[in-house]
Design a protein around this ligand. Structure first.
Ligand code: ADP
Ligand code: MG
Length: 446
């Protein structure tokens, strides 16, 4: 570990600032306001006001603390030790009632401050999911009930769910229940064990809004499914909003009872897709801005072209760029970025190329390669050709000109027009969306 290059206080302030960006202001006030960090030669020392405080931090926030320390150091946090320093306790006169979040939350992961609508970047892949979440937050229990949001990991389901919770809190709703399905299950089991099921039921069935994350966790848990079925009915019959997220659509959750499947399909079911290239670029730039980092467009594109299927991984890349700039003092250009991200990005070339794309489109749409390359403009050829251009633009590094040349010698404005047209049509046309999904799944080997 490098010797301290900063003064103690700025180290402590740096770590606290890092933590502040990752927890709610209530959490920060309760658990971090009175904590100090000291950089040691082989790690970091955390001073806390009490044993209780120490135990709590260790149990709930250790990973976050270590992560914040390593972000500031730009390397592994080393050993993190806790010491109790009574001078950090507040004087009696300072004591004031704790502000508690109104979200009745039994989950150790409470709302994240930046999981808001404002911080959510939209594009064709998630526009619908975003719009539906927004209207649910404006008219809970009215617009779409239940709202069932599904998609693979790291695409923003939890983000949108929490964005709704933030809005409902702002609107003054009090009894919002936001929990992961795992928490629901564990709580239920604990309630059974303590013969306390009535209280558990009251709590859930009186919710003004019920937001359950990762509902696929119910798979094969018959007793909990039974309980959730009644919870669902009670809340639904009172016309209170229910939102559920899942890794797959209701009828594809294996081991989920038929009656729950049909309940889940009562309202609106929306899939969230991996973001397209432009959206990924926008996300990279925004995540950089949040860290005070101006990521140049070419660097953002480099990241976005390599990391395709998971926004969380995009964030990981931004974090590295951030530490490259702040701790190594390297300017943020393509060369340095490539170096910093080399293990993340891998040196392998893009797996997908235009030839893969056109072959897959050929099969999906039943047109021949010759037709795709031709200048023919009949509808049956134009659409698949435009889909090829759209996919080539999204998944390869080919320029507009290259793509145009490949498909019948068209100029770059024609390509741009085609890409835009499909981008819009995908939102409006579920049939086309399905086709493109199928093609992408094949291309990405899913
Ligand atoms: P999921 O619940 O679908 O697995 P998350 O909601 O946890 O995914 O999202 C993973 C990370 O990516 C989060 O930090 C989230 O803020 C971020 N993220 C996902 N989609 C977007 C988006 N469209 N705009 C901004 N950030 C996003
Ligand atoms: Mg999630």
């Amino acid at each position: 570990m490098t010797p301290p290059s900063t003064t103690t206080d700025s180290f402590s302030d740096g770590v606290l600032k890092e933590i502040k960006g990752r927890v709610s202001s209530d959490q920060f006030g309760s658990w971090f306001e009175r904590v100090r960090f000291l950089q040691k030669t082989d790690g970091a020392e955390v001073s806390v006001p009490s044993r209780f405080h120490r135990n709590y931090l260790r149990e709930r926030y250790l990973a976050l603390v270590e992560d914040a320390i390593s972000t500031v150091l730009g390397e592994s946090p080393g050993e993190v030790t806790f010491i109790i320093d009574e001078s950090l306790r507040p004087a009696m006169t300072e004591l004031k009632p704790q502000v508690v979040s109104r979200v009745a939350n039994s989950d150790p992961i409470p709302l994240k401050q930046d999981y808001t609508f404002e911080e959510f970047i939209t594009g064709p892949s998630n526009e619908l999911a975003h719009a539906a979440a927004l209207s649910v937050s404006e008219q809970p229990g009215v617009a779409y009930n239940p709202y069932f949001l599904h998609g693979s990991v790291g695409l923003g389901k939890t983000h949108l769910l929490q964005a709704v919770a933030h809005r409902l809190i702002e609107a003054g709703m009090e009894n919002i229940l936001y929990v992961s399905c795992a928490s629901f299950t564990n709580e239920f089991i604990a309630a059974l064990a303590h013969s306390d099921v009535d209280r558990f039921r009251d709590r859930y069935r009186q919710a003004d809004a019920l937001l359950i994350d990762d509902i696929h966790f119910l798979a094969n848990k018959e007793r909990t499914q039974e309980e959730f079925f009644h919870t669902f009915n009670a809340v639904y019959n009172l016309q209170k909003q229910i939102i559920l997220t899942s890794d797959s659509q209701p009828n594809e959750i294996t081991g989920l009872g038929e009656r729950l499947v049909s309940r889940f399909r009562l309202g609106l079911v929306v899939q969230i897709q991996p973001p397209c290239l432009e959206t990924r670029v926008a996300i990279v730039i925004r995540k950089g801005k949040r860290r005070g980092l101006d990521i140049p467009l070419d660097v953002a594109e480099l990241v976005a072209k390599r990391v395709c299927n998971n926004v969380r991984e995009l964030e990981g890349a931004v974090l590295r760029l951030d530490s490259q700039v702040k701790h190594e003092g390297l300017p943020l250009d393509i060369k340095n970025a490539q170096h910093t991200l080399s293990d993340l990005l891998g040196d392998e070339p893009q797996r997908i190329n235009i030839v893969h794309i056109e072959k897959t489109v050929e099969k999906e749409f039943g047109v021949s390669l010759a037709e795709l390359h031709s200048k023919r403009r009949s509808r049956s050829v134009v659409l698949p050709r435009q889909v090829c251009m759209f996919l080539a633009r999204t998944h390869t590094r080919s320029s507009l000109g290259e793509i145009g040349l490949h498909f019948g010698g068209r100029d770059h404005t024609t390509v741009l027009h085609s890409v835009e047209k499909i981008r819009k049509q995908v939102v409006a046309d579920p049939g086309l969306r399905k086709s493109i999904e199928r093609i992408e799944n094949q291309l990405l080997g899913r």
